[in-house]
Design a protein around this ligand. Structure first.
Ligand code: HEC
Ligand code: HEC
Ligand code: HEC
Length: 143
């Protein structure tokens, strides 16, 4: 009886240990790849199409890579709603150069200046078309 109980418990602790190890290894392998939208914001890129087509913004490069927190942009500079800023008449390069919108950081100090590297932000009509025709995106891809 005593021996049986020990063997029983032993069997389960080996199982539990194996399970724990598996979870750890799996967690690390996946963790290196996984992008968590709750931590870093929506994964799908934001693509502005007005006034010009098209400007790309990705949360990943700003949050996960550059280490910015949500409140460095939301909700003072941008609403958490794609399409809202495009409705503003002053969503232009002049505003960016004056330190508004993206220009509040893209001023040559916090991040590369808005009057340089145009094509890092501007993917153009061709870039936009490529994105639409590329690998299938979720509903947000069409915004
Ligand atoms: C560097 C600036 C910046 C940071 C930091 C940032 N966002 Fe955003 N976010 C934007 C911009 C720009 C938009 C698009 C707004 C627009 O189109 O008017 C946006 C849109 C969104 C949207 C709406 C997406 C949609 O498809 O409607 C959500 C949700 C969001 N952000 C969540 C977050 C969360 C959560 C964080 C923090 C983990 C975060 N954002 C950090 C700039 C930022
Ligand atoms: C709160 C500060 C902040 C705001 C606002 C901001 N950025 Fe950035 N951005 C950064 C930082 C920091 C980096 C990384 C450092 C660098 O590249 O200079 C970066 C990098 C980038 C990059 C290069 C990396 C990539 O994603 O390919 C692009 C493109 C970009 N930003 C576009 C935008 C656009 C478009 C907007 C406005 C819709 C914007 N950013 C608003 C801080 C900001
Ligand atoms: C940090 C990102 C960023 C950089 C760098 C950038 N732009 Fe822009 N640009 C934007 C955003 C955001 C808009 C407004 C959204 C849209 O038109 O899709 C815009 C709009 C424009 C417009 C239409 C509105 C206007 O101001 O007349 C022109 C033209 C333009 N950019 C040209 C340029 C040129 C030329 C450069 C390089 C010297 C440049 N942009 C660099 C983000 C950027």
């Amino acid at each position: 009886m005593n021996i049986n109980q020990k063997g029983f418990a032993g069997f389960f602790s080996v199982l539990a240990l194996a399970g724990l190890l598996l979870a750890l290894v799996w967690g690390q392998a996946v963790g290196a790849e996984e992008y968590d939208e709750d931590t870093y914001g929506p994964e799908a890129p934001i693509v502005f199409v007005a006034p010009v087509k098209a400007v790309i913004f990705t949360h990943k490069t700003h949050t996960m890579d550059a280490g910015l927190t949500c409140d460095s942009c939301h909700d003072e500079i941008f609403q958490m709603e794609s399409g809202s800023t495009e409705q503003n008449d002053d969503f232009t390069m002049k505003s960016l150069y004056d330190g508004k919108y993206c220009g509040s950081c893209h001023d040559g100090e916090t991040a590369f200046a808005s009057n340089t590297r145009c094509t890092v932000c501007h993917i153009g009509v061709k870039g936009f078309d490529r994105m639409q025709g590329g690998p299938k995106t979720d509903a947000h891809g069409g915004h």
